[in-house]
Every structure is written in structure tokens, then in C-alpha cells.
Design a protein around this ligand. Structure first.
Ligand SMILES: N[C@@H](CCC(=O)N[C@@H](CS(=O)(=O)O)C(=O)NCC(=O)O)C(=O)O
Length: 209
């Protein structure tokens, strides 16, 4: 059905969804909610958990960014080739979520005081993904199996935002560095990354990055 993403004018928890849709050649409506509108509360009270993103697939409404990614994965062949690959993709996506939560805590709770220590610890936080790449076809492909999956888009977004926070964070993680370059070069994703909408979009809601 027709896709609509209702979210704030930030990358945040919406960007992996946007990159999946763009790379899969899908169109969608950006229903952008700014802070003022959100503060009124009318929309918030309609949201299952009082939060955004909200995704509409025709008249089917879904919340929770990871549930949205998985819904799109099921409908676009982005959940691996079998149950084992699907399970590994869930493992990877949960690992992305763990680090995303830590990143969100840094950005929104203790940016000034926590930034140095966070960056110091970052290579160790990212190394599990380097190892997973190394175990899959020498790290020259995707995070699991032989095809791109929803967890790739979520991991790519996580790497994008960490490269802004700490430009050298992949210096000791060559497979991840190559992975980012390789995915960024995918024609439809490249167009998306070069679009004005992407370029003008803040990463987080408080302007910190
Ligand atoms: N687990 C949820 C978390 C959603 C969430 O935290 N949304 C925040 C915005 S952001 O963290 O995704 O940028 C929100 O709606 N905040 C506004 C509010 O809580 O009133 C998800 O993954 O979708």
C-alpha cells in the first residue's frame, strides 16, 4: 500500500527506514511533525506508545522503529534467505539498537560531559560488527548472508551518525569502513544521500551530533 512516515524533521529513528525505502525504490510521504505541533499533544495521544515514528502502509498503522523495519523487511525480501539468517539479522539489529540507545543517552542526557569517554570506548562498541562482517564472506558483502537486509540499513545509519560524532571511529575497523563506502555507493542510496532533504535534515532533535 501507500507508505507514510510520520516523524520529526531529524534522522533519528527514521533514517534507517528512509534508506531502506529509497534503496528499494519505494516512494513514501514524509509527514513531518515539528516540535510546536508535537507539544500540543493531539498527535501524541493517538500514538500507541505516545512516540514517533509512526508508519502507515495503506490503512495499516505501525509504531516502533524496529517493528517498522521488520515489517518492510518481510514485505520486500529483506529478512535473509532462511530462518537462521533471519535469526542472525534479529541478533544484529538488537545489537544496533543497544548501541543506538547508548548514543541517544549521550546526545540527549550527557553530551558535553560524556562525549570524550564515549568516543574513547567507541571502537570496542563497534568491533562486534567488524567481527560479524569478517565471518561473512570475508566482510566484502552484507552483515548476514548474500543479500542486503533491514539490519544493514539500521547498521549503516548507526555508522553514519557515529562517523559525524567521531570521524576516525572506523580507523581500526577496515571492514566496517569499506562496508559504509560500499553501501553508500549503491545507486538509489547514493541519490538519497545526495538529496537536499537528506542534507538539510538534522541528525538529532536537540541539534547535537
Ligand atoms: N522504541 C521507540 C522509541 C521512539 C522514540 O523514542 N521516539 C522519540 C523521538 S526519537 O527518540 O525517535 O528521536 C519521541 O517520540 N519523543 C517524543 C516524546 O516522547 O514525546 C522506537 O524505536 O520507535
Amino acid at each position: 500500500g501507500e507508505y507514510t512516515l510520520t516523524y520529526f524533521p531529524v534522522r533519528g529513528r527514521g533514517e534507517a527506514i528512509r534508506m531502506l525505502l529509497a534503496d528499494q525504490g519505494q516512494e513514501w510521504i514524509e509527514d513531518v511533525v515539528n516540535g510546536e505541533i508535537w507539544q500540543k499533544g493531539d498527535l501524541k495521544q493517538l500514538c500507541v506508545f505516545g512516540q514517533l515514528p509512526r508508519f502507515q502502509d495503506g490503512n495499516f498503522i505501525l509504531h516502533q522503529s524496529n517493528a517498522i523495519l521488520r515489517h518492510l523487511a518481510r514485505n520486500h525480501g529483506l529478512y535473509g534467505q532462511d530462518a537462521k539468517e533471519a535469526a542472525l539479522l534479529d541478533m544484529v539489529n538488537d545489537g544496533v539498537e543497544d548501541l543506538r540507545l547508548k548514543y541517544g543517552h549521550l546526545i540527549y542526557q550527557n553530551y558535553e560531559s560524556g562525549k570524550a569517554a564515549y568516543i574513547e570506548a567507541l571502537p570496542a562498541e563497534l568491533r562486534p560488527f567488524e567481527k560479524l562482517l569478517a565471518q561473512n564472506d570475508g566482510g566484502k558483502g552484507f552483515i548476514v548472508g548474500k543479500q542486503i537486509a533491514f539490519a544493514d540499513y539500521n547498521l549503516l545509519d548507526l555508522l553514519h551518525v557515529h562517523l559525524v560524532l567521531a570521524p576516525n571511529c572506523l580507523a581500526s575497523l577496515p571492514l566496517l569502513a569499506g562496508y559504509v563506502q560500499r553501501l553508500n555507493a549503491r545507486p538509489l542510496l547514493k541519490d538519497f544521500l545526495e538529496s537536499d532533504a537528506r542534507k538539510k535534515r538534522f541528525i538529532n532533535g536537540n541539534g547535537k551530533q
